[in-house]
Design a protein around this ligand. Sequence first.
Ligand SMILES: [Cu+2]
Length: 643
Amino acid sequence: MKDDSKSTPATETPAAGRRRFIGSAALAGLTLGVAACADKKSEGGAAAPAAGGSAAASGHAADAIHLKPGELDTYYGLWSGGHTGDMRVLGLPSGREITRIPCFVPDALVGWGITNESKAVMGTKPDGSLRYTVADTHHTHASYKDGNYDGRYAWINDKINARVARIRLDYFVCDKITDLPNVQGFHGIFPDKRDPVDEKINYTTRVFCGGEFAIPLPNAGIEDASKYRSLFTCVDAESMDVRWQVLIDGNCDLVATSYDGKLAATNQYNTEMGAHYEDMMSAERDACLFFNVARIEAAVKAGKFKTIGDSKVPVVDGTRESNKDPKTALTAYVSVPKNPHGVNASPDGKYFICAGKLSPTATVIELSKVLDWFDGKQEKLDGAIVAEVELGLGPLHTAFDGRGNAYTTLFLDSQVVKWNVDKAIAFHKGDKTVKYVVDRLDLHYQPGHLNATQSETMAADGKYLAVGCKFSKDRFLPVGPLHPENEQFIDISGEKMVLLADHPVRGEPHDFIIFKRDLVKPKQVYTLDEFPNAVKDPKESGVFRKGNKVEVRLTSQAPAFSLREFKLKKGDIVTLTLTNLDKVEDLTHGFAIPKYNVNFIVNPQETASVTFVADKPGVFWCYCTHFCHALHLEMRTRMIVEA
Ligand SMILES: [Cu+2]
């Protein structure tokens, strides 16, 4: 493996027909790949001189990322936050992180997981504590209209606890979290791009979620792993209710959807349904599993489903055995080389591309031929594969520039390879003189996800490419054993890729999307009516008691809270509601209660509440924690708890 990865020069087009399937040494290879990178650096005498790297140092391209003070970025990037369970918002091309939107994990800035409103979104146990405080977000995608983002919503997954969160892109806040029933290891996520049947619905109404880990269904402790199954889940984009699930053989990894709304697909790396890694990589080929959305929904409507355990969600049968007849099949298992990773839809709407991971190839699947198979017009499903071409070692994810080129990360080679899809198809058809690889660029190091500006939309513009490198090694000042990851930004507007910048990011983001800034219209001041519990006038402030249940209602207007003090009795169950009546953009207040573990913010015209037991008598200075005014330090109120 080590030899293989080192013997692939940066500009080599892989030899025709050569197959370097990664065998049992693959896992060792992942480590060796890292070592190989260090070698590259020492060989070059400087940090990896990438193809086109000298242009980055001297040309105008690199200047693009250095915005002058006051200049705004031209693109938004929505990044998954990994373990921090949030969505990160970056500006591109500068790469500056602008905000983080907490979703699954408590956040101390906002008071996410502290306020009643955020706890209602996150979900609580009967005692009021949070159900979960850990998460593992991987993929983030946004809602579509007419093949482009429409600025309504974004979604993000939590792999650990099988939850999907929705972010409202008018306020950049998480407003709903849905549990996927009977799913473990919820990985890939993708909204549909239009309805498969209703012409008028040219926008996202469904979100598809892939279950990665097969489990006993219902989960009742069966030890024979070959009997475990996974579910592919459809969530309603508006209500966030789970609409239906499909029982499948194998697993779901990443998810892609077609522009006509008819197909969704997931790559499967464990068609063996093995429980251990050597079982999971024993077969030479796995699958890209297609879902016929209209047929699945017709089957649900016709009552051809079962339910699993306590869940009432209809589950249709998408297993191989039940879907052999194309004319009635709900699913189609297209054979692709072993342990693929990443399935991505080309912006022309024609192809899904499955990256090989343990195979050095990418497989191009023509969607019209998959639909023909479902219609009985394409005899062999394999005929939908129009190219299976070598790219390099460890291909993972693919992005597009809208000019017919694909960009695929090579994890083991630490490269991104630019290749032309039409030329790859011509090569696959038999013209071995065609050079489908356009360019290669060394990355630092071990890239996972990548995405280009507007990549998976019909408006792919081929300006910039971002790559999430899993290892940063020597690219930043050392900060102890935990290294940041390295997001690299690349100019892809020309024939050659030009490396523009390294950005350290805290682990561990995975996927991201980048889109033009005018596709979202964020509001910077809330509307009071968004909050049914708003304290709309300072005169409504006060302490309202019913036995030991006490409501404290107050407002904030710089530099004062509407109550100068409020009195409670020890043992009171207190709900404190605060509305920020300031209407000025950027005038956020905070509210902290010492020794009571309370701190949250209220943005202009926002209302938030907290509930706690007044169990400690004394005087507690509640103070503003978000700098708001010259008299910010004076902005306080006294909570007096009588013994
Ligand atoms: Cu304040």
